[in-house]
Design a protein. Sequence first.
Length: 384
Amino acid sequence: SYDLRKTKEVLDYMTNQPEKFDAVTIKTSEWLTPLVALLAKQYGCIGNEPIVAFNCRSKYHMRKELEKGNVPIPKFKLCKNYEELIEGIREIKTPCVAKPVGGNASYGTFMIRDEKDLENLKENYENSIKFLKEKAIDGDVFAFNKEEMDLMGVNDHVDMITDYLVEEYMDGHEISIDSLVQDGKVTMMGVEDQIRMTYPYFMQLAARLPYIYEEGEKDVIQKLLEDTMKAMNIKNSATHTEIMFTSQGPKIVELGCRIGGDDLHETILEVTGYNLMYESIMIALGIHREYDIQTKCHTMTTVIMPKKTGTIKSINIPEELKNDKNIFNIDTIVSIGDKVGTPPERFDYIGYISGKGPTPKEKLVTGLRKVEAPSFTRGRMSTQ
């Protein structure tokens, strides 16, 4: 085994190995996309350029590329310390959102709604960075050193853990789109409704796939995706893009040059019959693909989150869930002995349960928009 967080060392190690590769691609690991791009380049394979992968990985560089491409995004400001964070909030104005440049899964992201939230800003900021540094050690989030960023062609260096963006708050409902890009052609494979926790935090609570389009939305989303991929220079890759439908129109929240995380690979397989990992391999091999996307079922995913800070002592998955034919995925991402908690001290997920049904029947209220979820048996998965 080798520590994949040490990008330069991995590249040097592979240079001295006899293996050769016809394709290099990735499933869901956001933090490994620059390494995959570097390896693809090293072996002469089809894939993203290293700087493209880094620009998707760094929210700051992503914003700059989208801004240059005239893609609609929120106003933003890079902040490298607490004093600059305060300045950024004053410039962007409340309500606004603070998020780490290299974070994922809404780790360390929080909203500043008004002057009262400013009273707790320093504590929230320091708690978030403490959590992110812990995640960096565990492997979910990590920074690149100067040599590694130089390898990727990065001129404007950032610290992926401690540098923050302040962005204008975007009102509206959020969706995510998993698409495949081959030779610049963008095909939407799965569009998902996002249901997130009550502000000031943004961690995902549930999701529905497929998204039920309102009139004219599909064409708008397709055009925005095409403009986004062009601005980011993504030509052959799976992509995961988040869009917010704001009162000023749809804006890009962020994107990754990889398959969406959590249950999305399995859910899109259930809904469409297409295996995104297989399709990513075909694209990386240069094999031309055509798609006929049909909805085979409707799905709902519920995210399991801790209710308080503590240590996982046991995980119980009831037999009724294991045996329910409409539950197609139960996953835990924690182990016995893991410490978990809730914002603002921690930003932990425990796992998720995904179920399917033939039609969207059950109503859920997100707080901003009613969404429909498939009707399927709901049991309870408990942790202590």
